[in-house]
Design a protein around this ligand. Structure first.
Ligand SMILES: Cc1cc2nc3c(=O)[nH]c(=O)nc-3n(C[C@H](O)[C@H](O)[C@H](O)COP(=O)(O)OP(=O)(O)OC[C@H]3O[C@@H](n4cnc5c(N)ncnc54)[C@H](O)[C@@H]3O)c2cc1C
Length: 392
């Protein structure tokens, strides 16, 4: 395992974190509370990248899919309630975590059959109180759980372990928690180069100067592999745009707070104050374009109204877009970057970065502080080969 010389006498920091999204903030917070002197460098303002754009849907992966990636995902989901409660206690900012489940309305034969097989496979993964996690419902049964649902559909699948969190508040709480724990957060500081001597990384270069530390955590989201020329090959990834919007559902027969409604790749997240988030498009191939489009936003509204007809009368408050980062195998990069000793990646979580933040932060902090982590992160190694996967 890695093992970092934690107190480097020539540096004012023990660790530098590049990027102030959910990953960078969660890791910096863990490291600082572990006793390290941490500097976080953010080129803009913290919590305004993909993390800010995210809806905050926290959903388990399909029970039909098993493996170390799903195990890590499940552990992170299980840790979320305590993660948010701890932040609330330390900062007074409530990320509004709510585990009220999700209902997916099923419209296509193929998805209906898959949902039925998820119900069967999910019997092995019951809720802590012993109730089933996934349950098929008729449309009438679904409407008795959530009366705002429309009459259409072949049926629905209820997932009891799905949850939501209000991401902008979670990010505020994390930034506050970092400052309380002593993290030096420097905004407007874009990292332009890694300072490498031989294979050993000693710090980073920004326009405003050098920052030195024995450990550097790369958490720059969709821009991670632009920080240094070597990284494009070691950690290939593409930006995938996601557009979302906010409707004002107050006073309307919209879903109860906390329950998530889904269909045809679109989800509706009712917040505690009557606002309703609708997300999200999945658009590879538009590069780093963060603009919304009429087609994208119009398509989301149409899908949302097909699930919850009352949303047709809900005024549009705002819309936005963000960039997810996706590796060729859609797995994140977590762990030491081979060939650049001292660089640890925590990036490219694609569609699950909000969900994965607690477990990624804890694994990376363990690696840096203890030289090892109990989590199996071998499958998301930076520098892994993608060729072998394609031919197998
Ligand atoms: C529309 C949309 C909806 C989503 N919904 C969900 C959801 O419901 N649930 C879920 O789990 N996930 C969701 N995701 C995915 C999730 O948002 C991401 O996986 C996650 O936010 C990535 O976090 P991050 O910290 O790695 O990246 P970011 O939040 O993008 O943060 C990276 C930061 O690094 C900074 N940076 C970049 N380059 C440099 C540099 N050179 N120097 C200094 N700083 C730099 C950027 O300015 C940015 O602030 C969604 C994503 C989108 C776009």
């Amino acid at each position: 395992m890695v093992g970092y010389p934690l107190r480097c006498m020539n540096s004012t920091s023990d660790a530098i974190v590049i990027g102030g999204g959910i990953m960078g903030l969660a890791i910096a917070d863990r490291l600082a509370r572990g006793g390290l002197r941490v500097t976080l460098l953010e080129r803009n303002r913290c919590g305004r990248g993909a993390s800010w754009a995210a809806a905050g849907l926290l959903k388990p992966s399909s029970p039909n899919r098993t493996g170390p990636m799903q195990d890590l995902h499940r552990s992170s989901l299980a840790a979320y309630k305590a993660f948010c409660a701890d932040l609330l206690e330390r900062t007074g900012i409530d990320p509004q975590f709510a585990r009220h489940g999700s209902i997916e309305v099923l419209f296509e034969d193929q998805r209906f059959r898959m949902a039925a097989s998820e119900e069967r496979a999910g019997l092995d993964q019951p809720m802590p109180d012993g109730s089933v996690t996934w349950e098929m419902l008729t449309v009438e049964e679904a409407r008795s759980v959530e009366p705002s649902l429309g009459q259409e559909g072949m049926g629905a699948i209820f997932c009891r372990s799905a949850a939501q969190v209000r991401t902008p508040r979670l990010l505020q709480a994390l930034a506050h928690g970092c400052r309380n724990a002593g993290v030096q957060i420097i905004e407007g500081a874009a990292v332009e180069a890694l300072l490498v001597e031989g294979e050993r990384l000693g710090g980073v270069q920004t326009r405003a100067g050098r920052y030195e530390a024995p450990a550097v955590i790369l958490a720059a989201g969709a821009w991670s592999n632009q920080v240094d020329d070597r990284l494009a090959q070691l950690m290939p990834a593409k930006p995938v745009r996601g557009q979302s919007l906010l409707l004002d559902g107050s006073g309307l027969a919209t879903p109860n707070w906390g329950l998530v409604i889904e269909c045809r790749g679109c989800y509706v997240l009712p917040r505690a104050d009557g606002l309703v988030v609708v997300g999200a498009t999945v658009e590879p191939g538009v590069g780093f374009d963060e603009r919304t489009t009429e087609e994208g936003i119009g398509g989301l509204i149409a899908k949302a109204v097909s699930m919850v007809p009352a949303l047709a009368d809900a005024p549009l408050v705002k819309s936005w877009a963000g960039l997810r980062s996706c590796a060729p195998d859609a797995r994140p990069y977590i762990g030491p970057v081979s060939g650049i000793d001292g660089l640890i990646a925590a990036t490219t979580h694609y569609r699950t970065g909000i969900t994965m933040a607690p477990i990624t932060a804890s694994a990376v902090a363990d690696l840096i502080i203890n030289g090892q982590t109990k989590e199996d992160i071998s499958w998301c190694k930076p520098g892994r080969s993608f060729e072998r996967k394609r031919s197998s």
